[in-house]
Each structure stands twice: as C-alpha cells, then as structure tokens.
Design a protein around this ligand. Structure first.
Ligand code: NAD
Length: 414
C-alpha cells in the first residue's frame, strides 16, 4: 500500500485515526465510486484516514493519483476492506453470496445503498458478518438529512439521462427548427411524476427545446413545473395528497383513483412523442400509469422511458433493464441510470456519503450517536442481526424489544 509522504513505519501516527475504505464497486454495470478525491479530502480534514483500492475511481474518471493528492493511501482490495468504515455505492454489489462478505468483520461499519426493504436477504447476509450497516435509502426526508440524500442526488442524474435516452431513441429532433426546407415542430414530452427525477427531466427536455407537459399527484409541485417552463396537466382526482405526503413521499392511491388517472392521462400520452415516467410510492410497487391500450394509442416511433422499471414499472409493458418495442413504440426500462453518468453521480454521492460519515465522528473517533434520528433510521444491522423494524417486518420477524419503531423526525419534512 502506498501512503503519500512515506510508509506508516516512517511517519508513525501518534493517535491512530479512524480509517475509511473505498473498495472498487464489484457490480457488473456499476461505474460509480463511493467517495471521490474531493470527498476523501473533506474526510481527511475531519480527522479520518482514507484507504482507496487502486483503480476504484477509474471508471468514473478519478485516477489513483487524484486520491493520493488528497491524502488517501492507495492499496489493494483487502486494504480497503480492512478499514474501520467501508464506504460503498451498492453494498457488496447487492449480492447476498458476494465473496466480499468474507472480507467484513465484527465491529466494522459499512455505509452505502443496500436496498434493505427490496432485498432484505442481503441485509441479513451483511448482518451475519457482525458489521454495523447503515443504508442510506432509509434516510428520513428532513431538511437536516438533505445533504446526505443519495436517492435525491442520484434521481437528479437519472432524470437528466432519461431525456438523453429518449432523445437518442426518438426518430425526431427535440427543438423546433426553421430551415429553408421547411419548419420542424418541436417534440412533445410528457413527464409523469414531478419529484426530483421528474423535475430534472423537465429541465433537460426544455433545454433541448421540447414542449414539455408534466403531472404529479402532489399538486404542490405545479409551481415548480411551471417555473421550469412546462405545462402542468390538470387532472381532477380525489387523491387526498396535500403535497407534503408522509416525509415528502406520495401516498399509495386506490386502484379506482389510479384507473381514473390513467383514463384522464390517455389523451396527453397519445399526443406525446416521449413519455418519461418517474412515479414512485415508497415501500410499494410503482403505480401502473401507462397501460397496453395507452401505448397502442401512441404514434409509431414514440418513446417511453420508465424510470420506475426496476420497482415494477409505471408502464405495463416495461421490462427492467430492457428495451421492448410494441407497435413501433419503444419502451425503455433502465435499471440504474445514475450509474451511467458515473463522474457526476459519484461527485454527488461522495458528497452525500462524506456528510453522513462526518455525522458518525465524535472527538476524532467513529462513534455513531444512537440518539440521532438520521443514525437511528438508517441503521439496518448491528451486533450480528438485522435491527431495523421495517426490514424485520419485510423479513417476517418481530422487531427485537429494544428496537422501538423510529420516532417521528424532530424536524418538519420538506
Ligand atoms: P419519489 O421518487 O418517491 O416519487 C417520484 C414522484 O412520483 C413524486 O413526486 C410522487 O409524488 C410522484 N407520484 C407518485 N405516485 C404518482 C402517480 N400516481 N401519478 C403521478 N405522480 C406520482 O419522490 P422523490 O422524487 O424522491 O421526491 C418527492 C418530493 O420529496 C420532492 O418534492 C422532493 O423535493 C422531496 N424530497 C425532500 C427531501 C428532504 O427534504 N430531505 C428528500 C428527498 C425528496
């Protein structure tokens, strides 16, 4: 392992600093890195020592030399996994049989995205190693947690990239163009779900010159949609959603309300060249908003990009990780679009992660404050077991007596 300025033997640290390991991501399509050189620099300033696996940042455009310049030691995979805290994007690549589980040991901290509600078996496998696992998808949606919110940061990247995928697949251009050979009409883009990803998609589609319409069940987003230059599609529905939802998530709607929504959206979908769907409901399958019949009503050459494909899909015909073509309409169901823009996605993720890790440092030691709502709500496993009440529920286990359901956040959700 090469440490900048010489080996640890030459420059002994009088007080051993807690170490943060950054292994290369093991997932086949994962090009992101958990911490960028800048994020490592901020952790070094906070008194932590970073150990980065050689090549971990290469696919995202962050060479070993950039880490070394920020004070990190560059070493082998074992070195990164030997750290006090191991930082990952996808925890052990989402694989409950990952060989990396053998590299973890009791007392270590693991931070990353483990999708514990969707993949509780992975949470169990990680718990069995004895580490304390923090999964950042479980962050409360409070103002204080916002700088750590990996779902939001990665959704912004995904929303932007969804527009590029649609533009690439559409046999038309997005902007209006007046030429000597005639005038081309702008593409019409309909964004369903105007949360973080949806708003990024609206902004990107507008920048490319498309005419954009958008809809969300939370009427509070209407002004944000309009401020980005899109038209908010008015659909009269009794959703009972005041815009803030529970912690800013949309609540699940009844099948009858969803049926009415689909009926009222049919005309807009048929008139659109591109439909980008981003609608999600936390802890539930994504609502089906675009049916087979609605797809049949679209002109050949039209494109649907379904950002909820991995959560069951907003379009009935979506298949996660695939593009299907039905009646000349292409339905793209990307799994993890943020991973396809690895440089900026890692920059945002790394900053989120560094902010979270700093919360775990107290007096130069790694010491997660148990009374902190952010720490409590993201703790999935500790002491050899899964401890998070919602993950235990998904696993079909009763919560342990000590694991009280997380109290309401001290702050008002945004
Ligand atoms: P999300 O990924 O859970 O859902 C995406 C969007 O789909 C949401 O806007 C939701 O209202 C919408 N949706 C759900 N069902 C729908 C349906 N049937 N039809 C149409 N749209 C539907 O949400 P998100 O994008 O992560 O965030 C939603 C909101 O929460 C945003 O306003 C965001 O700013 C806020 N937020 C706040 C924090 C925080 O304060 N820490 C963190 C993240 C998000």
């Amino acid at each position: 392992m090469t440490a900048p300025g010489g080996s640890p033997e030459e420059q002994p640290d009088p007080v051993r600093r807690p170490s943060v390991g950054v292994p290369a991501e093991a997932g086949a399509d994962e090009q992101r890195v958990a911490l960028t050189p800048a994020a490592v620099g901020s952790l070094e300033k906070a008194g932590l020592a970073a150990v980065v696996e050689s090549g971990a940042g290469m696919a995202a455009g962050y060479p070993d030399s950039a880490y070394a310049e920020r004070g990190a030691a560059v070493g082998k995979r074992e070195d990164a996994f030997a750290a006090d805290l191991v930082a990952m994007v996808r925890v052990v690549a989402g694989d409950p049989a990952s060989p990396d589980l053998q590299r973890l040991r009791p007392g270590q901290i693991v931070v990353g995205m483990a999708a514990p509600l969707a993949a509780p078996d992975l949470a169990e496998a990680v718990a069995a190693t004895g580490v304390t696992l923090f999964s950042l998808e479980l962050l409360p949606r409070t103002t204080r947690a916002q700088p750590m919110d990996v779902l939001s940061s990665q959704a912004s990247v995904a929303g932007y990239k969804a527009v590029l995928l649609a533009a690439g697949a559409l046999p038309k251009m997005f902007p209006m163009m007046t030429t000597a050979a005639g005038t081309l009409a702008p593409a019409r883009v309909f964004v369903v779900g105007a949360g973080v990803a949806g708003l990024a998609a609206i902004a990107a589609a507008r920048r490319l010159g498309a005419v954009v319409e958008a809809y969300d069940v939370r009427p509070a987003v209407k002004e944000e949609v309009q401020s980005l230059g899109a038209r908010f599609v008015e659909i009269e529905l009794e959703t009972g959603q005041d815009g803030s939802g529970s912690g800013a998530y949309a609540a699940q709607m009844t099948e009858e309300t969803l049926r009415k929504q689909r009926e009222l959206m049919t005309r807009v979908v048929a008139a659109s060249d591109v439909v980008i769907t981003t609608a999600q409901v936390q802890g539930a399958r994504a609502p089906v908003l675009v049916t087979v019949d609605m797809v049949a009503g679209m002109a050949p050459g039209s494109v649907i990009v379904d950002l909820a494909a991995a959560q069951g899909g907003n379009c009935e015909l979506s298949r996660a990780g695939e593009t299907v073509e039905v009646g000349g309409v292409r339905i793209v169901g990307p799994r993890d679009l943020a991973a396809t823009v690895p440089h900026h996605a890692s920059q945002l993720y790394g900053k989120n992660l560094a902010n979270f890790i700093q919360l775990l440092v107290d007096g130069g030691r790694l010491s997660p404050p148990a009374d902190d709502d952010i720490v409590r709500e993201t703790t999935v496993a500790a002491g050899g077991s899964v401890v998070h009440p919602r993950v235990l529920e998904v696993l079909g286990h009763a919560p342990p007596p000590a694991a009280e359901p997380a109290a309401a956040p001290a702050e008002v959700p945004r």
